[in-house]
Design a binder for this molecule. Structure first.
Ligand code: SF4
Ligand code: SF4
Length: 513
C-alpha cells in the first residue's frame, strides 16, 4: 500500500520510540469530499513552530496515518497501531513516519503518481500545554476517486462576516463602501445557525470584519457563540471601550485586541478620523484600561500625509513605552480605497521619502522599546506599470485569490461575496444566507460559474477574452478582482489583472508616489 512513499530505510532510533508525538497543534486536517486539506490554524504565533498561511491537499491515506498522532501514545505504540491498521511491517511504518517527525524542511511525498508537499514540523513532541487531538482514522477514509488538481475547494475553509458598515470614526482613507450605511439584517438566531454549520463543515476560521463590532447590538452574544465553537478571534476596534465592556471581554476569554490609533494628538485625529475633541482622551483611556487588565495590545496607526510628522511618530512610540502589555506597534501607509476618488487618494497618500523616513525612525527606535515596531508601508507598489518582460516573470508567482476558491464573506444583508475588499459589488455576489445554508451558496451554479467563469463572458476589449492562458490563469491562482476594479473602474471588472503582462496601463493611480 505504501510502497512508493519512501525509498530509504532508517535505522530505528530507540530513544525516539519512547517519546510522545502529536500532529502539530498549529495544523488541522479536514475532509474536502474527494481529498484532504492540511492547513495551518489562524492567528498563531508561527515563529518556527509551523508553516504560516498553509492550505494544501494531501492524500487521504497520509491523513489516516497522521490521525494516529493524538499525543496520547508513545511513538512505539503509534507505529504498532499503524502497522496493524495498514497491514505493513513495523519497520515500514517507522520509515514512513520518521520523515514527518520534527521535520525542519518540507517533505515531498509521491503517492499514486501525485506529489504531495508537506510543510515543516508535521509531528512534534507532545507538551502538556497541548490539547490532545481527537482525529479518528475513519474521518479520512474517503471513498470514490480523488481529485488533487481542482483548485476550488468543495467545502470552504474560511468564512468571515461583515456585521455592519458603521464606525465611530469617519477616516479620510476609509476602505469600506459607505455609500449606504448597513446594519446587520441577519437575525441573531440565524447567525448562530451559520456558526454551527461552519463548525460542522470543518471551517477553520469565522472572522469578524469591520465596520465596528461594538456597534453591533449582540456583540457579546456573538463573541460568546464564536468562542463556544472554538473559533479564535482577532478583535480590532477604533471604539473607545468602557471598563464594563473590557471586563465582559475578559470574561469571554479575549486575551488580545488591536486598537487602531493613528496619532496620540487630538488635532491629528480630527484630521484623519473626523472625530470630536474628546475622542483622543477616550481612546487613550481605553488603551490604559486594556493594559491594566492584561490584554495583549497591538496598536495600528495609518499615517497619511495629513498628519505625517516624524517627531510626532517618535512621541507616539515614546508615549506607549509606559504600557507593558503592548506587544506591537504597526505603522501603515494608506492604501488606495475603491470608495475614495482619485483626488482624495492623491491628497492623503505618502511620498516615497515619507516612507523611507518612517522605516529609518523605526530602525532607530526599536532597541529602546519592549514592543516590536513594524512598518507596513511597502505600498510604493508600481508593479502595475512594470515593463512587460518583468510582469511576465512575476505574474505566474502571484498569490492565489482565495475569494470563492476557499473563502467567502457574508454581508450584513445576508448576501455572500468573495472578500472584504469587494463588498457590495453585485457582480461578485454568489448568494444569500438568509434562506440558504453556507453549503447551498458555495455549491450554487452562481458561485461555481463565477470561479469557472467562461471565457465567452469577457468583453472584446478585455485581453482575457482572447487569452491562450485563460484556463490556467483564471481557474488556478485567479486574479485579484479588487485590483482590477481599483485600476480600471468597477465597470471594467472583467479586465485583466493590472499585474498581467497583457493588461493595459491602469486608469487610476493606486500607489504612493
Ligand atoms: S489576466 Fe486575462 S489576459 Fe492576463 S493571463 Fe489571465 S486570462 Fe490572460
Ligand atoms: S479579490 Fe483580491 S483581495 Fe479579494 S480575495 Fe481575491 S486576491 Fe484577495
Amino acid at each position: 500500500m505504501f510502497d512508493t512513499m519512501n525509498k530509504e530505510s532508517f535505522l530505528l532510533n530507540k530513544e525516539l520510540l519512547e517519546k510522545y508525538f502529536i500532529l502539530n497543534p498549529y495544523y488541522i486536517m479536514r475532509s474536502d469530499i474527494n481529498r484532504i486539506i492540511l492547513a495551518s490554524t489562524r492567528f498563531a504565533d508561527f515563529d518556527n513552530i509551523a508553516q504560516d498561511n498553509l492550505a494544501t491537499f494531501i492524500h487521504p491515506i497520509h491523513a489516516m496515518m497522521l490521525s494516529f498522532f493524538r499525543g496520547d501514545k508513545k511513538l512505539n505504540e503509534n507505529l504498532i497501531e499503524i502497522s496493524n491498521f495498514f497491514n505493513i511491517t513495523f519497520e515500514t511504518a517507522y520509515d514512513l513516519v520518521v520523515q514527518f517527525v520534527n521535520n525542519e524542511k518540507r517533505v515531498v511525498v509521491e503517492y499514486d503518481n501525485t506529489f504531495f508537499y508537506y510543510p515543516n514540523k508535521i509531528l512534534v513532541e507532545y507538551q502538556s500545554s497541548f490539547t490532545l487531538r481527537k482525529y479518528s482514522v475513519l474521518d479520512f477514509n474517503l471513498k470514490g476517486s480523488f481529485d488533487f488538481s481542482t483548485t476550488r475547494y468543495n467545502i470552504p475553509i474560511d468564512v468571515a462576516i461583515l456585521l455592519n458598515t458603521r464606525c465611530v470614526t469617519d477616516c479620510v482613507y476609509c476602505y469600506a463602501d459607505k455609500r449606504i450605511i448597513h446594519d446587520c439584517k441577519i437575525p441573531f438566531p440565524r447567525l448562530v445557525e451559520l456558526i454551527r454549520e461552519a463548525k460542522r463543515l470543518g471551517v477553520r476560521s469565522f472572522d469578524l470584519q469591520g465596520g465596528e463590532l461594538f456597534l453591533y447590538e449582540y456583540w457579546y452574544e456573538l463573541l460568546h457563540e464564536l468562542f463556544n465553537a472554538k473559533y479564535s478571534l482577532y478583535i480590532s476596534t477604533k471604539c473607545p471601550l468602557s471598563l464594563e465592556q473590557i471586563l465582559k471581554l475578559k470574561e469571554l476569554g479575549v486575551k488580545e485586541i488591536q486598537i487602531s490609533l493613528d496619532s496620540i494628538f487630538s488635532d491629528d485625529l480630527k484630521k484623519n478620523l473626523g472625530v470630536s475633541e474628546s475622542y483622543c482622551h477616550k481612546i487613550l483611556n481605553t488603551i490604559k484600561l486594556l493594559n491594566n487588565n492584561n490584554f495583549r495590545i497591538k496598536l495600528k496607526s495609518v499615517v497619511t500625509s495629513l498628519i505625517f510628522s516624524i517627531e510626532k511618530m517618535e512621541q507616539y512610540i515614546d508615549f506607549f513605552k509606559q504600557y507593558e502589555n503592548i506587544y506591537i506597534i504597526e505603522f501603515t501607509a494608506p492604501a488606495h480605497s475603491m470608495y475614495k476618488s482619485q483626488e482624495e487618494f492623491l491628497s492623503f497618500r505618502l511620498t516615497s521619502n515619507n516612507i523611507e523616513e518612517i522605516k529609518e525612525l523605526l530602525l532607530h527606535k526599536q532597541d529602546e522599546c519592549h514592543f516590536k515596531l513594524y512598518a507596513d508601508v511597502n505600498v510604493t507598489d508600481k508593479s502595475f506599470s512594470l515593463p512587460t518582460e518583468i510582469k511576465s516573470e512575476l505574474f505566474p508567482k502571484r498569490n492565489m485569490c482565495t475569494g470563492n476558491q476557499s473563502a467567502l464573506l457574508i454581508l450584513p444583508n445576508g448576501d455572500v461575496t468573495l472578500c472584504e475588499k469587494s463588498y457590495f459589488n453585485k457582480n461578485l455576489t454568489i448568494g444569500n444566507i438568509l434562506e440558504n445554508s453556507i453549503m447551498d451558496v458555495w455549491d450554487s451554479e452562481r458561485a461555481k460559474n463565477l470561479f469557472f467563469i467562461p471565457q465567452s463572458s469577457f468583453p472584446e476589449d478585455s485581453a482575457c477574452s482572447k487569452c491562450a492562458e485563460f484556463e490556467d490563469c483564471r481557474y488556478n491562482l485567479g486574479i485579484c478582482w479588487t485590483d482590477v476594479m481599483a485600476s480600471y473602474g468597477e465597470e471594467n471588472w472583467l479586465y485583466p489583472s493590472p499585474n498581467c503582462p497583457f493588461a493595459p496601463q491602469p486608469k487610476y493611480i493606486t500607489y504612493c508616489e
